[in-house]
Design a protein around this ligand. Structure first.
Ligand SMILES: Nc1ncnc2c1ncn2[C@@H]1O[C@H](COP(=O)(O)OP(=O)(O)OP(=O)(O)O)[C@@H](O)[C@H]1O
Length: 682
């Protein structure tokens, strides 16, 4: 790039910064004025309160609220401008349209306009025109607008890295794009929160982020393909694109655990959006079962699986995770509707209510959940009787009808019907409920499904977009529940290779079976790990379709120690080395909760944290945890201890090992004593 060009760019940056400072000052002045006015107004009301009637008070209140709201919006705007001051923009395209008009489009996290000249100095990355930055190189380009597609040419394309207001570097994209900047971004060390990727969103990712039409979008992406990042950017995009109809509070993220929720909590605020409501699947279950049943959590189910080999337990899980299970549940519901309402004629006083009348009414309410039809049928029977007799019913007669009708149905509570389902199926052994009445995790969503179908549950109508991460962990029954409760658009993402329970994993195809209208997107490029780490993880679970980034680092190591004490000593050494390095996060990822707790106790070094299913935050530094909890997270360095044949034996263990290794961005070390697991010995 010529010196003159660079000079021009530096001048432009200085000008933008100056204008930002001015805009911030204007906001400060306005906020000061607001708060003065607000104070005066309050003072005035206070002094004149006695002379004001109800209407005056309401009007005064409203005007105060309005002022406070405007003041709040000004403060939020200032916050954004301060952020822009740190890094005003990251890209530029010069677009020449068919009328030969040139638009210079600088792109940043938010838009910023020059008030004086009424021009846009910086465009929001989500603006229609900004999409060309991600979608095109130099030459022909186009972008969609509400009034049609605009065609033209990109004459110039640049990328910038501006940090703390200083231009660190600038790249002219004449040939191959993005890669330099992307490489630099990926080489950075990771802290305790997920980062935004607006400056380097890739083309296939951009298509997912900006998709406006899909009612259900299923993203199957390999480890580190940016699924979670993309889903969050998609939310930011939708909030921008549909800002008149969707607000942050209308979105719900269903996340696997609190730590993950904490880990991703930064991305949307960084993009200028408010915090999005979030909920765990277990939390949702607790809500829907209204504390009527106690149940095993998903985390406990996985721990039980990893601890031993209870074949019957596995069999129960396997069956209840199948699409066949869902269809059997549906068949049973149809069966009881047709067979369990055993009507007989009912005598009320002198009147005989014919069985056919009662059945006909029961069937006529086919839109209502079965257990909710009885009160409706009762009302009809009452009307029938009073019409026949020409008299009002006595209290006794009413009671008789209220008791008799529900009794015609074989069962009238959900748990009894659910138990009966297994009898009907001829497999009563598939339902186990322990003496403390704790329901197994595999039954939880089936029970909820029964509640929905038999009793009806209110839907989450206020939610306008649902985001479900780690889709592979949920079964057809989960999705049947979600689709009945959330009638809104959905983004569902995950990776079938990263399941923590191989007996209940769902693929994109299976989810497509539940949502036939879904757009299914597959992502194969992996960004997180160095090529060496990705190649290493491929030895555990090969995926010929994965496309690793051309980013190199140290070859992962597999080291044997004579015993676990020596192994722990070596890990202690590695922690010291890490603490002296530039890297900011180190994950020591074990298979089981017990191993993680023991390792943590044995290490007891300062700055080492234990992450459990109870933890709420993801802390920077050294973290000891399990593969299950580390799923979705990433670390600069990862140590996978105890990788012996004893620890990693089963299919479930293999998955855990894969998840553990794919958490590493730059450095991976595997340690063991005894014999190495067969999953790594090939
Ligand atoms: N376009 C991109 N530019 C810069 N970094 C990216 C890009 N896409 C992904 N990344 C980075 O790759 C890493 C993995 O992203 P993310 O965690 O979203 O992937 P994922 O597919 O959800 O991973 P996993 O399923 O393995 O948990 C993150 O560090 C993210 O910042």
């Amino acid at each position: 790039m010529s010196n003159a060009t660079e000079q021009q760019e530096r001048e432009f940056l200085a000008e933008v910064k100056e204008k930002l400072t001015l805009a911030i000052k204007r906001i400060d002045d306005a906020v000061r004025q607001f708060s003065d006015e607000l104070r005066e107004k309050k003072q005035y009301i206070h002094e004149h309160q006695s002379g004001m009637d109800e209407a005056d008070m309401v009007a005064a209140d409203q005007s105060i609220n309005r002022m406070a709201f405007t003041g709040g919006a000004a403060v939020a705007r200032k916050h954004k401008l301060l952020k822009l001051g740190q890094s005003p923009y990251f890209g530029r395209i010069d677009f020449i349209n068919r009328d030969n008009e040139r638009s210079i489009v600088y792109i940043g996290i938010y838009a910023f306009a020059d008030q004086g000249q009424r021009t846009n100095l910086i465009y929001d990355w989500r603006a229609p025109i900004s999409s060309m930055f991600y979608d095109f190189e130099l030459g022909e380009a186009s972008y969609p607008t509400p009034s049609g597609i605009v065609h033209g040419n990109i004459a110039l394309k640049r990328q910038y890295k501006i940090r703390d207001g200083h231009l660190e570097f600038m790249i002219e994209n004449d040939v191959n794009i993005h890669d330099d900047v992307l490489q630099k971004e990926l080489a950075n060390s990771s802290d305790d929160k997920m980062k935004n990727i607006v400056a380097t969103i890739q083309r296939d990712q951009n298509a997912v982020i900006r998709n406006e039409t899909a009612s259900v979008m299923v993203i199957q992406g390999v480890a580190g393909s940016g699924k979670t990042s993309i889903a969050l950017h998609r939310i930011a995009f939708l909030l921008y694109r549909f800002r008149d109809t969707i607000a942050a509070k209308d979105i719900l993220i269903i996340s696997p655990n609190k730590v993950f929720a904490d880990y991703i909590s930064n991305v949307l605020p960084e993009l200028g959006e408010e915090h999005i409501p979030e909920m765990g699947m277990d939390e949702l279950a607790r809500d829907l079962l209204e504390k009527k049943y106690k149940f095993q959590t998903f985390f406990e189910q996985v721990s039980t699986l990893l601890d031993g080999k209870d074949l019957a337990f596995i069999e129960r899980i396997r069956f209840k995770s199948s699409a066949d299970f869902l269809s059997k549940l549906n068949q049973y519901l149809l069966y009881i509707e047709n067979n369990y309402f055993r009507v007989s004629q009912l005598q009320v006083g002198q009147t005989l209510v014919p069985a056919s009348f009662i059945r006909e009414k029961f069937m006529a309410y086919h839109r209502a959940p079965i257990l909710k039809r009885f009160p409706l049928v009762v009302k009809d029977v009452q009307s029938y009787v009073s019409l026949k007799t020409g008299q009002k019913l006595s209290g006794q007669q009413k009671t008789k009808i209220w008791e008799a009708i529900p009794r015609m149905f074989t069962f009238n509570n959900v748990l009894d019907l659910y138990t009966d389902f297994y009898r009907w199926l001829g497999k009563p052994e598939l339902f186990k409920i322990d003496h403390r009445l704790i329901v197994e995790y595999a039954d939880v969503f089936a029970l909820i499904y029964f509640r929905i179908r038999l009793e009806g549950l209110t839907t989450y109508n206020h939610v306008k977009h649902l985001l479900v991460d780690e889709m592979q962990d949920y079964t057809p029954v989960h999705y049947a529940v979600l689709s009945r409760l959330f009638l809104c658009r959905k983004t569902i993402l995950g990776d079938v290779s990263q399941t923590v329970n191989p007996y209940s994993a769902s693929s994109a195809e299976m989810i497509e079976g539940v949502f036939p209208q879904a757009d299914v997107i597959r992502l194969y490029r992996s960004y997180r790990s160095t090529l060496e780490i990705t190649a290493f993880a491929q030895r555990i679970i090969p995926n010929p379709n994965i496309i690793p980034m051309e980013r190199h680092g140290q070859e992962p190591t597999v080291t044997r120690y004579n015993n676990s004490n020596q192994e722990l000593e070596a890990i202690n050494q590695l922690i010291t080395t890490f603490q002296e390095s530039q890297n900011r996060s180190l994950g020591i990822i074990c298979k089981t909760t017990r191993q993680a707790a023991d390792t943590y106790d044995a290490l007891k070094a300062p700055g080492v944290h234990l992450l459990t299913s109870e933890s709420a935050d993801f802390e920077e530094g050294v973290i000891v945890t399990t593969a299950h909890l580390a799923k979705g997270l990433e670390f600069d360095e990862v140590i996978v201890p105890f990788a012996s044949a004893d620890t990693y034996r089963t299919e479930a263990d293999k998955q855990m090992l894969y998840i553990a290794c794919t958490r590493a961005m730059h450095l991976l070390r595997v340690t063991y004593s005894g014999e190495l697991t067969e999953f790594l010995s090939a």
